[in-house]
Write a protein of this length. Structure first.
Length: 324
């Protein structure tokens, strides 16, 4: 399978490291408008480099394209690649708005190509473990789940696109969406949403605290970009059940009723080079999508409708929260 990567910045660098270590694919090309940066990042690795996606598609004719470009480019580039005949793995989020998701879903149906939004948290070991505890009823009913995902405000992006709400959706669509997506994939739609939202202002902080009310339990999610360059990236959760708890701490250690849970680190990509730590899940989601293509099987872990539902839920969240 011939694979090409578009966008080799922060997250694209993570995907690049996955592909360069895979032995059962042809990783043929990478594309980024910052060609000098791309050459430096790729180094001696033997792939062809491009500054223009159209040129790359014409020259390489890849079977699959991996899009790690800014959010506002996702839909247009995914449709272009599918119309060219490529399957597409696209970084999250699927789109900036539900109506854009509808356009993309129509293109997926029209072209007959396979597509998946890279909602990586669904593939991460700690979150898969938590899903298993919830679905098995191991500790009885869930009573509360508190999820937190924060980092310094991202000032490092190409053309400063993160800080432009029209291009990134700010923290709700870039950070908070990970936990909203996980919640939506496990529990479905909440009955009600309450909380507060702090839009990005002069101090460059942007955060949300949301309570999602379900039958018999609540999910609380904090997503934040904070004006503190020394703040480490943090992704945690605390799930409290009738008869136990599962906690992912700030030290990235998962504990089941206080007992550390260890995972096989084979799928970890090591240091990412951006404001997240040594993590798993990225290799897993990429390999999963490739296997779906090879076997001709449907993508059941991040369906297109589910990825769209997450965007709709983020929109509902922002409309429900009190602005402060």
């Amino acid at each position: 399978m011939k694979i090409a990567l578009v966008g080799v910045g922060g997250m694209g660098g993570v995907h690049f490291n996955v592909y360069r270590n895979m032995t059962d694919i042809e990783f043929v090309a990478a594309c980024d408008v910052r060609l000098d940066m791309l050459k430096e990042k790729v180094g001696d690795y033997p792939i062809r480099l491009y500054a223009d996606m159209d040129e790359m598609l014409e020259a390489e004719k890849p079977d699959m394209v991996d899009l790690c470009t800014p959010t506002y480019m996702h839909v247009e580039q995914a449709i272009k690649a599918m119309e060219f005949g490529c399957h597409v793995l696209s970084e999250k989020p699927m789109a900036l708005k539900t109506e854009d998701c509808e356009v993309l879903l129509a293109a997926i149906k029209r072209t007959g190509k396979r597509y998946m939004t890279a909602q990586v948290v669904r593939f991460m070991n700690a979150y898969k473990y938590l899903r298993g505890v919830i679905e098995s009823g191991k500790y009885g009913k869930l009573e509360s789940l508190h999820m937190k995902r924060v980092s310094p405000t991202p000032r490092w992006s190409w053309d400063n696109w993160f800080l432009d709400e029209k291009r990134s959706g700010h923290v709700a669509l870039d950070m908070m969406i990970h936990d909203v997506d996980y919640m939506q994939s496990v529990f479905g739609e909440p009955k009600a949403i309450t909380g507060v939202y702090h839009p990005m202002q002069g101090n460059l902080s942007n955060y949300a605290f949301a309570n999602y009310i379900y039958d018999g339990f609540v999910v609380a999610i904090e997503g934040g970009w904070y004006n503190d360059e020394k703040l480490p990236f943090m992704a945690t959760f605390k799930a409290v059940f009738e008869n136990g708890n599962v906690i992912l701490g700030a030290d990235a250690q998962l504990r089941d009723c206080g007992v550390p849970v260890e995972f096989d680190k084979v799928e970890s990509v090591g240091e990412t080079g951006i404001n997240i730590s040594n993590v798993d899940g990225y290799a897993g989601e990429i390999k999963y999508f490739i296997e779906c293509i090879r076997r001709g099987e449907p993508n059941s872990l991040v369906t297109d409708e589910s990825a769209k539902a997450t965007i709709t839920l983020v929109e509902r969240t922002l409309a429900s929260l009190t602005r402060v």
